[in-house]
Design a protein around this ligand. Structure first.
Ligand SMILES: Nc1ncnc2c1ncn2[C@@H]1O[C@H](COP(=O)(O)OP(=O)(O)OP(=O)(O)O)[C@@H](O)[C@H]1O
Ligand SMILES: [Mg+2]
Length: 247
C-alpha cells in the first residue's frame, strides 16, 4: 500500500529525513517510535504534503501512485489521513461544517455522490458516540477551547467520519486520560483494523500498543529507520531505552 524508498527531506536547509525506507501493506499496523527530534512528525508532514515539508530525494508510492506528486487534498482523496501531534484550532468553522466539507470534497474527487446534511449528521453522531465524545462538541468551532485530550479524541471522530485507507497518527495517545486512551485505542481498531486499511502509529509509549497491537515496530532515529521488529521491540525499548537499541 505504502512504499517509502530512500526518502530525504530538509527543513530550512537542514536535512531531517536522511534516507528513510519503510513498506506498509494493507491490513498492517506499524508503530514508529524514536527519540525526540528524530523526524517522526516530519515524516508525517512530508507524507501528508504540509507546505514547507518537501521531499528532497527518494520516492513514496501509495497504491502504485507517486504520492509526492499529489497535492495535499489529492492525497486525502486517495485515502490518506494525518492525525496531528498538535491538532490545530480553526475558529469560525464548526466541527460539523469542517468534516462534512472534507468528506464531501473527497467523495466528489473520487466520483462519489456527496452525503446529504441528514446522512452526514447521522454518520457524525454515530462516530462521536462510538468515541464517547459529547455530540454537542460537533457544533463547536474546530478544536477551539478543547482540552488536549478532547482534541485527540476529536481527531479520531474525524477519522471515523472520513474513513481513510491509511492513517498516520502522530502521538494520538499523548495527553489522554486512562479511559480516553482505551476509547481511542478501541476507536483505532474499530475504524482502521481491516484487510484493506493500514496504520502508521507514531508513539513514545507501549500503553497505546496494549490496545492497538502493532504487526511491526520501527525505531526512527536521526532521520532513518534504524531498527525494525515485532511487538516485542516496543517492550525492549521501554525496558532499555533508545541508547542500547538504536545505537
Ligand atoms: N518548522 C521547522 N523549523 C525548524 N526546524 C524544524 C521544523 N520542523 C521540524 N524541525 C526540526 O526537525 C527535527 C525533527 O523534528 P520532528 O518534529 O520531526 O521530530 P519528532 O521525531 O516528531 O520528535 P518528538 O518525539 O519530539 O515529537 C527537530 O530537530 C526539529 O527541531
Ligand atoms: Mg513529533
Amino acid at each position: 500500500m505504502l512504499k517509502i524508498t530512500d526518502l530525504r527531506a530538509e527543513i530550512d536547509g537542514k536535512e531531517i529525513l536522511k534516507g528513510l525506507n519503510l513498506e506498509v501493506n494493507a491490513g498492517e499496523v506499524h508503530a514508529i517510535m524514536g527519540p525526540n527530534g528524530a523526524g517522526k512528525s516530519t515524516l508525517g508532514y512530508v507524507l501528508g504534503g504540509r507546505p514547507g515539508y518537501d521531499a528532497t530525494g527518494g520516492s513514496v508510492r501509495f497504491d502504485g501512485q507517486d504520492l509526492l506528486e499529489l497535492e495535499p487534498h489529492e492525497r486525502a482523496a486517495a485515502g490518506l489521513f494525518l492525525g496531528f501531534q498538535y491538532p490545530v484550532e480553526i475558529p469560525g468553522i464548526s466541527n460539523l461544517q469542517f468534516v462534512r466539507e472534507a468528506l464531501n470534497s473527497q467523495r466528489r474527487a473520487r466520483g462519489e455522490a456527496p452525503l446529504s446534511g441528514g446522512e452526514f449528521l447521522k454518520l457524525a453522531r454515530a462516530q462521536a458516540e462510538a468515541l464517547g465524545m459529547d455530540v454537542e462538541m460537533l457544533k463547536r468551532p474546530v478544536n477551539v477551547g478543547f482540552s488536549g485530550g478532547e482534541k485527540k479524541r476529536n481527531e479520531m471522530v474525524q477519522m471515523g467520519i472520513i474513513g481513510p485507507r491509511l492513517a498516520i497518527l502522530d502521538e494520538t495517545d499523548s495527553g489522554l486520560d486512562i479511559d480516553a486512551l482505551k476509547a481511542v485505542g478501541e476507536g483505532i481498531n474499530r475504524i482502521m483494523r481491516a484487510p484493506d486499511k493500514a496504520v502508521l502509529l507514531i508513539t513514545h509509549y507501549q500503553r497505546l500498543l496494549d490496545y492497538v497491537q502493532p504487526d511491526f515496530v520501527h525505531v526512527l532515529a536521526d532521520g532513518r529507520i534504524v531498527r525494525s521488529g515485532g511487538p516485542e521491540l516496543a517492550l525492549e525499548l521501554e525496558r532499555e531505552g533508545y541508547g542500547a537499541v538504536a545505537a
